[in-house]
Design a protein around this ligand. Structure first.
Ligand code: 5GP
Length: 207
């Protein structure tokens, strides 16, 4: 594949990657208590993987959506939190506390579509970890049982700008559906012509 060519991914292949990943996660980590989807790319994989993480008769795993954008131009604006990442949406603590007793002690699965420079995942993990620490302090309890795992559909094989802190993951695992070369991945939910997109994905074997 040439460098200027895109890697086309079909809905079908996304579904199959999620199915396989769910089996791996159930085996290594057990069923997550909550899924945190990084939007917008993590929303659809998060919803699909939930299907395969749940057995018949079990309750649905709650999905919390967070929104993060990478900010290339470093500035000092108020809306920029962290180094290069902007929070556009964060956890719904009201709902978490009311229905779910916070994230403390939970088996948490963070889902995004692609791990490119790893900046976004690093930010999400470290901020969620901080939130749990703060909440535990507030409640005068221990956060030691809290575990974070990460699932992405695709991981780009390249030098990363940030790493995931294993201590923060606390035994949680990092799982990528597929490790791919460092080229642009075209996801089906971004396509304006899904038939042509799917044909290209098929031609590349991503079906
Ligand atoms: P990061 O560099 O922080 O790992 O990735 C930041 C975000 O950039 C991803 O969540 C994704 O939204 C976007 N991104 C990075 N590489 C690609 C790609 O190849 N295709 C698409 N569609 N989005 C990408």
């Amino acid at each position: 594949m040439s460098a200027d060519e895109k890697f086309y991914v079909s809905y079908n292949s996304v579904h199959k990657i999620c199915q396989k990943a769910a089996a791996d996660i159930l085996e290594t980590q057990g069923k997550p208590d909550v899924i945190i989807a990084i939007g917008g790319g993590g929303f659809i994989p998060a919803r699909i993987i939930r299907t395969f993480l749940k057995k018949d008769g079990e309750k649905n795993i709650p999905i919390q959506a967070i929104g993060l954008s990478l900010y290339e131009d470093m500035g000092t604006g108020q809306d920029k939190i962290g180094k290069e990442v902007i929070r556009t949406q964060w956890l719904d603590f009201g709902s978490l506390d009311k229905h779910f007793d916070s994230l403390i002690g939970k088996n948490i699965l963070i889902v995004d579509e692609v791990d490119d420079t790893r900046t976004t995942l690093h930010y999400a993990l470290s901020e969620l970890y901080k939130d749990v620490q703060n909440k535990a302090k507030e409640l005068d309890t221990s956060s030691s049982g809290t575990k974070f795992s990460v699932f992405v559909l695709h991981n780009k094989k390249k030098a990363k700008r940030a790493e995931l802190n294993e201590e923060q993951m606390n035994g949680g695992t990092y799982l990528s559906g597929k490790d791919v070369d460092d080229i642009w991945i075209a996801y089906p939910w971004e396509s304006h012509d899904i038939d042509a997109h799917t044909e290209k994905a098929k031609a590349q074997g991503n079906y």
